[in-house]
Design a protein around this ligand. Sequence first.
Ligand code: AP5
Length: 238
Amino acid sequence: MISSKPSEATTGRDVTKLVTPGPILLLGAPGSGKGTQAKELVRLWGIPQISTGDILRANVAQGTELGKAADALMKEGKFAPDELVNEMVAARLELPDTANGFILDGYPRTLPQANWLDAHLHTALPLVAVKIQVDYNQLLRRITGRRNCPHCQRIYNIYLQTPKRAGYCDVDGTELIQRSDDTAEVLEGRMKAYEALTAPVIEHYHQQGRYAEVDGDLEVYVVTAAIQSAVVKIRLGE
Ligand code: AP5
């Protein structure tokens, strides 16, 4: 089992105070740990996580028009239409909690989305992109073992990040659920979409500079510290 409760010394919480985080983009394959790391960065930097996957799942659960449009696509591991996702992100970025920065998790994941964001993001600081790299076999274990708390959204894994009481959230005792797209079969489609449509997005941000890659196949707190230090280094160099 891995630890996600590092000491302040190991996470470099003091390092986070050196810079205003600004907009941070987490890139990586399904299961690479974007959501897990985004939640750690929220805790450390006090800026919000903007997860398009979470917003879409909330819309599916509420039965909105957007949710109805996205539901079948998500079940097959296909992407929701760019225009719908861009509009959804635009609405989220309007909220005042994004003033000092935010963590984009799962967006942009196509080149048209990246181009849209480049044209519409008017923040004081430019975007910093960090790719979390994890091997395929590990991704499979992470995806098939993932369980989520539908109440507080905390992420667990039955192999790697087990809750104290099997099947229930440590924080609020809610019964954990498995996402309908977290099967080996759907992962295949998600990986194909990632390689065809998201790999060019990674290259896009790589070419813009302000880009770093971290090894995601390490304990959660080690990955968090690597992301923090990459963001701080890029911000201090601006
Ligand atoms: P989304 O929810 O964004 O899915 P994803 O990108 O496939 O990423 P995941 O949420 O599966 O993984 P993650 O990288 O966040 O990993 P996590 O931290 O949970 O999107 C779902 C769907 O919505 C898409 O397929 C698409 O249909 C649609 N969609 C979303 N955004 C869209 C967009 N922009 N445009 C169009 N469509 C969009 O970790 C995974 C597991 O690993 C967990 O069990 C965790 O406990 C464990 N773990 C994490 N880190 C570690 C570690 N260091 N060591 C051991 N275990 C770890």
